[in-house]
Write a protein that binds this ligand. Structure first.
Ligand code: C6P
Length: 407
């Protein structure tokens, strides 16, 4: 895998920002798109677009084939048992909301427990808070080590016979830590609970095998893995999906309707009311082809190595505090002593370097780390050690700019 060669396939990366070649280090928020993904979407609109499932004309069947073909591709990408286990959604957020609204509200009773970690993104936290409020269930948190790791003995000690749902992020968007979701799933199942995995930050970087993990639900977003915005996936085991109520009602998702009642299609179509995100699915399929050709294992090695390289490089700069363990993937989250992360990000932008600053939709975790915000640099397959060097040099410049000693 050659990141510099891959970078050439991303038109947006070939530009200067504020007089410097762009270094894009905000991939955990959203990755850039290779030419072939952009082309696939354009080609679809130029040649094949129509509404799906309804029409008998040629374009309608081409669009339907493209949409349902994308579903098969996602099923293979995740090693799902069937394409009927793949629900297209707007992204991770809407996928997790489907589980929390449909599955959780049907099974939870007063006093039942939903178990999370302290590092969850708001998308894997607020839907559960709402489900708990609606049902009388309670939220419980697996303790986290000071460096952000989750220990299996702590998982085991947190789960009880009242635990009905365990929902954990596979990779933290703040700490970069990879959680042992397969082992946590086994512990959850031993208690009779279902295992939900927030895969927003893992699907872009590593081979995900939902049958090996043995999770019951897995959610991810297309836009973080070279695909377009507005498309994501909820994987669910078929026996669970088929027992779940839809969360949106309307066209497309019905089997039979009369004036006073209606019945639903089987999964996944019962969860895809209205005209679906057809071009988004086409773009996601092209992104999966691209990532698969590059090789998910290669991407995994690259993302982990680059994150560790950045961790070591930034650790060597005086006044930098890093969050999370050295063993990580995809990103580094940090602060510069005495400088607000928004100011750090602003100075870096003048150097053509794009990073994110803020609470990263993890306000409770920020409070646990004793900060209100952090800076974050996040990497993908087109980033290099040279990009990390540019980041380190710009951070030293930021320190100078704000009048601190050079580390
Ligand atoms: N995190 C970040 O900059 P959506 O917005 O639905 O595509 O993904 C939500 C989401 C869920 N879980 C995790 C672990 C995530 O990282 C994200 C998105 C972005 O960190 C935007 S806040």
């Amino acid at each position: 895998m050659n990141p510099l060669e891959l970078r050439k396939q991303f038109p947006i990366l070939d530009q200067e920002v504020n007089g410097h070649p762009l270094v894009y280090l905000d991939n955990a928020a959203s990755s850039q798109k290779p030419r072939r993904v952009i082309d696939a979407i354009v080609r679809y609109y130029e040649h094949d677009h129509a509404n799906v499932h309804r029409g008998v004309h040629t374009l309608a069947s081409r669009a339907t084939d493209a949409y349902e073909g994308a579903r098969e591709k996602v099923a293979r990408f995740l090693n799902a048992a069937s394409e009927r286990e793949i629900v297209f959604t707007r992204g991770t957020t809407s996928a997790l909301n489907i589980v929390a609204r449909s599955y959780a509200r049907a099974v939870l009773r007063e006093g039942d427990e939903i178990v999370l970690t302290p590092m969850e993104h708001h998308a894997n936290l607020i839907p559960w808070q709402q489900a708990a409020k609606a049902t009388g269930a309670v939220l419980r948190y697996i303790p986290m080590q000071p460096d952000g790791r989750i220990l299996l003995e702590d998982v085991e000690a947190t789960l009880t016979d009242r635990t009905k749902i365990v929902s954990v992020t596979h990779v933290s968007n703040v700490l970069g830590v990879v959680n042992p979701v397969k082992e946590i799933a086994a512990l959850a199942h031993r208690r009779g609970a279902v295992m939900v995995v927030d895969g927003a930050q893992s699907a872009p970087h590593m081979k995900v095998d939902v049958r090996d993990i043995d999770c019951d639900f897995y959610a991810f977003s297309g836009h973080k893995m070279c695909g377009p915005t507005g498309i994501g996936v909820l994987y669910g085991k078929l026996d669970l999906l088929d027992r779940m109520e839809p969360v949106e009602y309307g066209g497309e998702m019905i089997e039979h309707v009369d004036y006073y009642d209606a019945t639903w299609k089987e999964s996944p179509w019962r969860f895809e009311g209205g005209t679906p995100i057809i071009a988004g699915a086409v773009g996601l399929a092209a992104a999966i082809d691209f990532l698969t050709e590059v090789g998910m294992d290669e991407i995994d090695r690259h993302s982990a190595a680059l994150a560790r390289y950045a961790y070591d490089r930034l650790s060597a700069i005086e006044g930098v505090t890093l969050y999370g363990p050295r063993e990580r993937t995809g990103l580094v989250t940090f602060n510069l002593d005495g400088i607000h992360p928004h100011d750090v990000a602003t100075v870096l932008d003048t150097e053509g370097i794009a990073i994110r600053a803020g609470h990263h939709c993890c306000q409770p975790l920020m409070r646990k780390l004793g900060v209100t915000a952090t800076a974050r640099a996040s990497f993908y397959l087109y980033n290099t050690e040279e990009d990390v060097e540019r980041l380190a040099a710009a951070l030293i410049k930021a320190k100078e700019f704000f009048g601190h000693a050079i580390g």
